[in-house]
Design a protein around this ligand. Structure first.
Ligand code: TXA
Ligand code: MG
Length: 316
């Protein structure tokens, strides 16, 4: 098990030594290393059991540092960064040579993001390098939103877990590329409705089977170990087997024992539902229920990203 605490000086020292640490962000916890140290980055892939074709996001202190890593910053990308950084938005930009190919899996773009978390921003500002950091979970499993989630699965692989409490957003960043028309490759913590006034109409390309632009967008992802059955409330109410659990939006299902159910947001608030989604999946995964019924939420705002995660979890 790793030490958990708020000692930024210690975290900085460990990162300077090429070690892995877990860092809080507003979306999910990241498994961080010096993005310019290939040996350290290699340890990230090993610790997560992550295939090398799946590139890492590089975390920066702000636009100025991002500019040291990208050969160009298209106007729309710059406008988004100005408005939404620090925040749950990753921009795919053409990479400079100083970004190791290992980080980008050989792609000529690098995913850049400035996370909105006081501790991690303070850390990034104090470091002489940016941080490569995927979500701090074994490859394919649900992302962690608390230090305890990280400790349970990767506690023996990280030198330290920086404790920033429970993540505020709870689902990963929205990823946008700018090669032709602005394209969303992952729905996430920033809603399309908020981005489009700046970008214009967004193309959404969540996964393509041939030559995926974002290889990590594998259909089966964010998956707990238990089987998930996804549906609308009506579909789930028709389900009749014993010993199941459920993740529901606002109200429990009458056909499942209440003690086996987790309500994401009693008031029907999509932000609150997003924040609790991954904890709920992890919690039910630990119980002895057979399978997890999961209720689709309204397909708007953050609801699109929540449903996307549920679909991937169910594709397992
Ligand atoms: O909110 C987040 O983005 C969190 C926190 C820790 O910042 N990070 C995160 O990283 O979710 P990860 O590695 O779990 O997911 C990153 C996704 C992967 O699907 C990867 O394929 C994609 O970003 N990605 C990274 N760089 C890319 C690039 N250059 N081109 C296309 N996709 C890229
Ligand atoms: Mg991940």
């Amino acid at each position: 098990m790793a030490d958990i605490g708020k000692d930024i000086i210690r975290v900085k020292q460990l990162l300077l030594e090429g070690k892995l640490v877990a860092i809080p962000t507003e979306t999910v916890y990241g498994l961080a290393a010096n993005a310019q140290n290939e040996k350290a980055v290699l340890e990230i892939f090993k610790a997560k059991n992550r295939p090398h074709f799946d590139p890492l996001i590089v975390h920066v202190a702000g636009i100025a540092q991002a500019e040291t890593l990208a050969t160009s910053f298209p106007d729309k990308a710059k406008a988004l960064a100005k408005k939404f950084w620090p925040g749950p938005l990753t921009l795919l930009l053409p990479k400079k040579e100083i970004v190791p190919d290992l980080v980008t899996s050989g792609l000529n773009t690098v995913g850049l993001r400035c996370p909105d978390h006081t501790l991690t921003l303070e850390l990034l500002k104090s470091l002489p390098f940016p941080l490569a950091a995927p979500s701090a979970n074994p490859f394919g499993y649900v992302s962690p939103t608390t230090p305890q989630h990280v400790n349970e699965q990767l506690g023996d692989k990280v030198a330290y877990i920086l404790d920033g409490g429970e993540c505020r957003v709870g689902i990963e960043s929205t990823i946008i590329g700018f090669e032709n028309t602005p394209t969303v490759y992952r729905l996430g913590g920033l809603e399309l409705e908020i981005l489009e006034p700046i970008t214009g109409p967004l193309h959404v390309q969540l996964h393509s089977s041939s030559n995926p632009h974002a290889p990590g967008q594998l259909q089966s992802h964010y998956a707990p170990l238990k089987k998930i059955v996804l549906g609308t409330r009506e579909q789930l109410l028709a389900h009749t087997t014993s010993n199941d659990g459920a993740i529901v939006f606002q109200n429990i299902l009458a056909n499942i024992p209440a003690t086996n159910q987790i309500i994401l947001s009693p008031s029907g608030n999509l932000e609150e539902a997003a924040q609790h989604l991954f904890s709920a999946l992890r919690e039910l995964d630990k119980t002895d229920i057979n399978l997890i019924l999961a209720e689709l939420v309204p397909e708007s705002g953050l609801g699109r990203a929540i449903n996307d995660r549920l679909r991937r979890a169910a594709a397992h």
